[in-house]
Ligand binder design. Structure first.
Ligand code: ADP
Ligand code: MG
Length: 576
């Protein structure tokens, strides 16, 4: 072979990574450039990939996680070594906790120097650090292994219980050269990356028998059910069974929140009263009071309630993690729910009318009360009067994505703003983490092209606020609504020492968050009352321009820790 042909017929690490991703239908990368990935990102964009570059790696990572949840394909995040990698790690751990598929790919320093701890530029043993925080972690040292590395990362992220995967690519790998033909052959197109997992028929029968004999059955739909994209099967199951259901936060909209079988407005009643509870892609963690205690009708906080549980989940080790599961059904939710639909047969009896009637009665009462509260127009806007407007806007734009974080801004939005379409609500998830806001918003807009409305507490917004520049740079249809009450929880805390400094939970009064969006060419609006908020939201949605609405909320509105007061030691002490 002449040198000439050799030059023409070689490929390198950069191209092998790009081609391996493209071969697996991955077309979007969330990233923050720097050594050693800057040129990789340039080339990826050059090769037609969508590269969204952020101002902080945590938000790029959160965007990848949200993209994973929305699409069911692994979201890809690229970071630079050590500090960039660490910044991305929070998002990787959060994705794993939430069962969102993402791959954090980070450049790293050279093994020879790192392992002898000789002090390389941004030296860190990244693989070892990532391992306990994600579902799987891999490193590729040779260009010919890139195909295998990407394939293993994809399978690990999306098969079984989805989660975060770390892929370590030392800087030298990108420049490694190999024969183009051999390189092409080394790439792997992953066949059936998230294989169906069919439930055992006897497990399904055991569960169906339990449901059949229930007097007060309840279905709880979790974000696993939303993620599974088995929307039609789940709707058919709920409607055929006639069983009342509760959606967990990110499962809202899987069936429209105004569905007559939704028991959301009678949540505490159904949790305490139900006799058979079927969990579909929802874990009995703290968000469900661990399946025991007074919430579930138990007599003390440690007592089991009166329920028997069915748990439909892809992970066989999830059952019995908090309380006994009488009927575990292990498989992917689509296959499991189809099996239920078949096993229920044609002569299925709907739940007793005294159960559904009692729920309907409580629902009516609570919904009437809520409607009265929402209709009030207090002189200073509060969470309710502001969220009433957002509730209407989402109803008029059911395809819009609602991103939501904060304490009170989260709790009130979750209960007030109804969702109508699956996977449209993106929030703080299993950890109740702050900082997901702008990363999730960018991902939803970039991946789907739909309008995004991000309802943010003023504190929560601060964690990712600089990404409004990213929103403007890519001209994304994102409208951020900052619920501005001058502080964390509320703005009226006082300095316990009597000194002049503000209390730790207070922020600068009357901050102009709207000007942050203006600084980058977007639209910034102040809304002091529901009419102004309504007008600003309507304009944002019709123009699709990057918009930030600074919604001025009563600074006395809000409670400490929102609805998780019981987890705050100071408040628990006060109560005791
Ligand atoms: P939520 O917070 O909404 O209750 P969780 O994150 O606690 O939801 O639970 C999601 C559950 O869904 C996890 O236990 C996970 O194993 C499961 N899961 C995720 N994807 C699937 C799927 N495709 N099929 C079955 N179970 C799934
Ligand atoms: Mg606040």
């Amino acid at each position: 072979m002449s040198t000439d042909t050799q030059d023409r017929d070689t490929t390198d690490g950069f191209h092998l990574v790009i081609n391996a991703l493209k071969l697996n239908d991955i077309d979007t990368i969330f990233a923050l450039p720097g050594i050693p990935i800057t040129d990789f990102l340039r080339q990826a964009q050059g090769e037609g990939m969508k590269v969204i570059s952020f101002r902080h790696e945590q938000h790029a990572g959160n965007a990848a996680a949200a993209a994973g949840f929305i699409t069911g394909k692994p979201g890809i995040c690229f970071t630079v070594s050590a500090p960039g990698f660490l910044n991305g790690l929070t998002a990787l751990a959060n994705a794993t906790t939430n069962c969102f598929p993402m791959i954090l790919i980070s450049g790293s320093s050279e093994r020879e120097i790192v392992d002898l701890q000789q002090g390389d530029y941004e030296e860190m043993d990244q693989l070892a650090i990532a391992k306990p925080l994600c579902k799987a972690a891999f490193r590729v040292l040779h260009a010919e292994d890139i195909g295998v590395g990407i394939a293993r990362a994809i399978r690990s992220a999306v098969s079984g219980r989805p989660g975060g995967v770390y892929l370590d690519l030392p800087a030298k790998l990108f420049a490694q050269v190999m024969d183009a033909e051999a390189g092409k052959k080394s790439l792997i197109k992953v066949v059936d990356p998230a294989p169906k997992q069919i439930p055992a028929p006897d497990a399904v029968m055991r569960a169906v028998d339990l449901l059949k004999n229930a007097k007060k059955p309840l279905v709880i739909l979790g974000k696993g059910a939303a993620y599974a994209q088995a929307d039609a099967e789940i709707k058919a199951f709920v409607e055929k069974s006639g069983i009342p259901y509760l959606p967990m936060s990110m499962a809202k909209g899987l069936l429209p929140d105004n569905h007559n079988q939704s028991a959301s407005a009678a949540r505490s009643y159904v949790l305490a009263e139900a006799d058979v509870v079927m969990l579909v892609g929802a874990r009995l963690n703290w968000l469900l009071s661990h399946g025991k205690g007074k919430t579930w009708g138990g007599s003390s906080s440690k007592d089991a309630g009166k329920q028997q549980f069915i748990q439909v989940d892809i992970s066989p080790t999830e059952a019995d993690s908090n309380v006994a599961i009488a009927a575990p059904v292990i498989g992917d939710i689509g296959s499991c729910i189809s099996a239920f639909n078949q096993a229920m047969g044609s002569g299925w009896n709907k739940p007793p009318a005294d159960w559904t009637g009692a729920i309907a009665e409580r629902k009516d009462k609570n919904l009437t009360k809520m409607a009265e509260t929402l209709a009030k127009n207090p002189p200073v806007m509060n969470f309710h009067s502001a969220l009433n407007v957002i509730r209407d806007t989402v109803k008029d734009n059911p395809k819009a994505y609602l991103v939501n974080e904060g304490a009170n801004a989260l709790d009130f939005t979750r209960s007030i703003v109804d969702m109508y379409e699956p996977r449209r609500r993106l929030d703080v998830g299993t950890w109740g983490i702050m900082g997901i806001g702008m990363g999730f918003a960018v991902a939803a807009a970039a991946v789907t092209g739909e309008q995004v409305i991000a309802v943010e507490g003023d504190s929560a917004f601060g964690f990712s606020g600089m990404e409004v520049e990213t929103i403007c740079r890519y001209n994304l249809p994102v409208c951020v609504v900052v619920m501005n009450n001058n502080g964390i929880y509320k703005g009226t805390d006082v300095n316990a020492s009597g000194g002049p400094e503000m209390a730790p939970t207070q922020f600068v009064k009357n901050a102009r968050y709207d000007m942050m969006m203006q600084a980058f060419g977007g639209v910034g609006v102040v809304a002091k009352n529901p009419e102004e908020l309504r007008k600003a939201l309507a304009e944002a949605v019709s123009s699709r321009k990057p918009t930030l609405i600074n919604a001025i909320i009563d600074e006395t509105a809000g409670t400490e820790s929102g609805r998780i007061t019981s987890l705050n030691p100071a408040m628990a002490k006060k109560k005791a």
